[in-house]
Structure formats: C-alpha cells, structure tokens
Design a protein around this ligand. Structure first.
Ligand SMILES: Cc1cc2nc3c(=O)[nH]c(=O)nc-3n(C[C@H](O)[C@H](O)[C@H](O)COP(=O)(O)O)c2cc1C
Length: 154
C-alpha cells in the first residue's frame, strides 16, 4: 500500500510517533514520512493510506496541519484510507480545574483532524488516537511508542 504519514512537530515528539507508525506498518508497503512543511495536497496523488499527526496546541491541531487538510480539494480523499493522531498532555497530569474544564469542552487535535479528513471523503480506518507527553517539550510517556503498533493495526 502506498502510505503517507504526514506530521507537524515543534519539539520532535509527534515526529517520533510518526516514525514509530512507519516502523510498524508492513515493510512491503511504500511508506513516506513527511513533515507538513513543504508538502502540498498535489503530492497526494497515488496515496492509498494517509495518516496525519499533530501536536495538540491550544486544544487543536497546528495551523500548518489544518491548512494542509483544508487545501485538499472537495472529495479529494475519496477511496483513501485515513487516520489521525496527536500528542497531548494527559488531563490527569494537569493540576488546574479550569484547564481540565477547557480540555473537556475543547478536547485535543486528533478528533478534529479525523473529522476534517472524513469531510474530504477519507475513509477513517482506526479511531483518532492521542499519545501522551510528560511535559510540553516531552519526552513521550513510557510505553507510548509501544502503543503505536496496536493502534494503527486496530
Ligand atoms: C503553544 C502550545 C499550546 C499547547 N496546548 C496544549 C493543549 O491545549 N492541550 C494539550 O494537551 N497540550 C498542549 N500543549 C502541549 C503539546 O501537546 C506538546 O508540546 C506536544 O504534544 C509536543 O509534541 P511535539 O514535540 O511534536 O511538538 C501545548 C504546547 C504548546 C507549545
């Protein structure tokens, strides 16, 4: 399968998840792992599986990721498998009631990315997933890289 794993990453944690996904897919697939900068929607030609990842920033995916998905023509993902993941800070680790409330209301990046991908015609093949960082700059929480393979194959 021709697979594109597209990610944004400020501190490298989302990139690490993207690479772990790449490593857990069938080695016979054609897999490209690309930072969102420098990729444009024309490069989706021939892609059969598009996996998009973003750090959660202000409860959302980054602007670069949203701009990329919005730049895909209407129905441009028809017949294409899609998946979305983010990195995020665990609500359990946030000691602020107000922030906890905001998180409950506004959520994280993966779900809105999945919605946008589906709106372009994509066939969501796994539920949106979040991978936990222990602090803003990381590192990823122990065990998160190991969860990747089970998720993408779920
Ligand atoms: C400006 C900014 C806003 C952030 N907002 C959130 C947030 O709303 N929810 C959350 O869980 N984490 C938030 N974080 C933490 C990021 O999710 C974390 O930095 C990211 O997962 C690290 O991934 P990266 O190394 O790929 O950039 C924020 C981080 C930054 C820098």
């Amino acid at each position: 399968m021709n697979t594109l794993i597209l990610y944004d990453s400020k501190f490298g944690n989302t990139k690490q998840i993207a690479e772990a996904i790449g490593g857990s897919l069938n080695p016979q697939d054609h897999i490209e792992i690309c930072h969102v900068n420098g990729v444009n929607p024309n490069q989706l030609k021939g892609v059969e599986f598009l996996i998009v990842g973003s750090p959660t920033q202000k409860f959302k995916p980054t602007k670069a990721i949203v701009d990329f998905i919005n730049g895909i023509p209407a129905n441009g993902l028809n017949g294409i498998k899609v998946a979305a993941f983010d990195t995020r800070i665990s609500i359990k680790d946030v000691n602020s009631r107000l922030l906890n409330l905001f998180v409950k209301i506004f959520g994280f990046a993966a779900e809105p990315m999945a919605k946008l991908l589906k709106r372009k015609g994509g066939n969501l093949v796994v539920p949106p997933a979040g991978f936990i960082v222990t602090d803003t700059e990381g590192p990823l929480k122990d065990g998160e890289l190991e969860r990747v393979s089970a998720w993408i194959k779920s």
